[in-house]
Design a protein around this ligand. Structure first.
Ligand SMILES: NC(=O)c1ccc[n+]([C@@H]2O[C@H](COP(=O)([O-])OP(=O)(O)OC[C@H]3O[C@@H](n4cnc5c(N)ncnc54)[C@H](OP(=O)(O)O)[C@@H]3O)[C@@H](O)[C@H]2O)c1
Length: 230
């Protein structure tokens, strides 16, 4: 008896953790339909070899989100992985600027919510109704023992808050909306000294996605399946 494939949508998948999601999901063969986004699909050749379709999306641009949603109109999506993100080197009060706060919040906080909003018809038509937001433990206020990284930390705390609100609003429809810290990962953002390879991180993250239950909605996961404090 053939099983119905699961459709995954991964944002920011041309490099780093997003590309590794595409690579590992591609190993599932007919069980996974992978739609991935890149700001410049023409420059995402590695990704294009792994997935069914690469769609252009700049998550910080409302018109790009609208064009992207239009392109996917009528197609069910089971699992949305909001992965695209940016770091910031504004680590001290003296360095912080409004422009940088807006840039980082635009990508890390506002975009996952706006992408989910734009894809609601697709997600409602999907079987899994899962929104999986890639956050950071740097967004944990409880775990903030050292400060620094003003725009980045706050943007991920904000993402966590929006994710929990979304989980409440959509719970009655059977949605599972969660957030997960990928660990410190060897990517352009994480740098070469990070403790995890993308493969190790995404293996853990996919295990979480595969095992999600409705009652998990609103949970802040670590990549290893444990929970993190707010
Ligand atoms: N690496 C870590 O240690 C670590 C730790 C905690 C959390 N995270 C989170 O994990 C996620 C992935 O990070 P990563 O380490 O893979 O980072 P990365 O290697 O720097 O890749 C970031 C990805 O996000 C995309 N992106 C950035 N701005 C975008 C925009 N405006 N529109 C669309 N795509 C955009 C990038 O596309 P371009 O190539 O076009 O720039 C790239 O594909 C992020 O949310 C990050 O905050 C990472």
């Amino acid at each position: 008896m053939p099983t119905t494939p699961t459709t995954y949508l991964i944002t920011g998948a041309n490099r780093g953790i997003g590309l590794e999601f595409a690579r590992q999901l591609s190993q599932r063969g007919k069980d996974a339909i992978i739609v991935a986004t890149a700001r410049e699909p023409a420059n995402a050749q590695d990704l294009a070899r792994l997935v069914h379709e690469v769609v252009a999306l700049d998550v910080a641009d409302e018109s790009s989100i609208a064009a992207f949603a239009e392109k996917l109109s009528g197609r069910p999506i089971d699992v949305l992985i909001n992965n695209a993100g940016v770091g910031s080197d504004q680590n001290t009060l003296a360095k912080v600027t409004l422009a940088e706060l807006q840039r980082v919040f635009g990508v890390n906080t506002f975009a996952p919510l706006l992408v989910a909003k734009a894809l609601m018809p697709n997600l409602r038509a999907g079987q899994r109704k899962t929104i999986f937001n890639i956050t950071s433990q740097l967004g944990s206020i409880t775990n903030n023992k050292g400060g620094s990284s003003y725009p980045y930390r706050a943007s991920k705390s904000g993402l966590n808050q929006l994710t929990v609100s979304l989980s409440h609003e959509l719970k009655g429809e059977g949605f599972c909306c969660v957030m997960a810290h990928p660990g410190w990962v060897q990517t352009d953002m994480g740098g070469p000294n990070a403790t995890l390879t993308p493969e190790q991180s995404v293996t853990g993250l996919l295990k979480i996605i595969d095992g999600l239950k409705p009652e998990d909605t609103g949970t802040f996961f670590n990549y290893d399946g444990k929970t993190l404090p707010w």
